[in-house]
Design a protein around this ligand. Sequence first.
Ligand code: GLP
Length: 271
Amino acid sequence: MRVIIEKDYNDLSAWAARYIANQINDFKPTKDKPFVLGLPTGSTPLATYRELIRLYNEKYVSFENVVTFNMDEYVGLDENHPQSYHYFMWSNFFSFVDIKKENVNILNGMASDLDQECKRYEEKIKSYGGIDLFLGGIGVDGHIAFNEPFSSLTSKTRVKSLTKDTIIVNSRFFDNDISKVPSTALTVGVETITSAKTVIVLINGHTKARALHAAVEGPVSQTWTCSALQLHKCAILIADETACDELKVSTYRYFKDIENSNLDPDTLLKK
Ligand code: GLP
């Protein structure tokens, strides 16, 4: 596991965007061999999307041969609902880059057969040979995508009931009214995420400090599904300083020292 500690949210987002752009560029994707990118929603990735749009406008990166799979979607919200993850992705990212509509994959929370929709999604991911890079955020309880505490660490895409905690936290997007928050969602599984070749997770702010501690220093446990990343060969957690509040000083220093000897994002950008 690699833990990148950046000063603040802006630096964390710039690091993530540059890393993603460099991965796409190094891959040299073509129509027949596209780069497969897993994507999250939430407030955390917003600045990463803004930075990716900027890098696209600077002609540093193109999404023409990138295929995307989103992590999750609420059940019962159609794609034009302002809080649907379809709407989020088009209004915050896809509309501003050269991605092809047919290359965008988002679970359909309105499907008449939700189990079949989840199966179809897993099969489509497989048809591309898996996900090259999965970008994720994290919930305050350590959930990745909508893999709530006690989700199986070998889970695949499926329907999940949301915990009361998640419903309360996400109610900020629904007029602070918990009755408006869907109680179920479709989500990729923990194993769908950990099957990606690279996983990067963005963790910012003090409210995520316990989740970062669990992901890095805790045991691998279904209680904190983010801890499954400890078993991944190439997992990168990108945190800001305040998210490190629950880490041991020695853990913090270890990762800071390692990264000081690695390339900084500007060097990567010029690569
Ligand atoms: C939701 C999403 C997750 C996201 C989490 C944190 O529950 N399903 O994918 O990581 O919220 O969101 P935020 O970035 O807004 O804190």
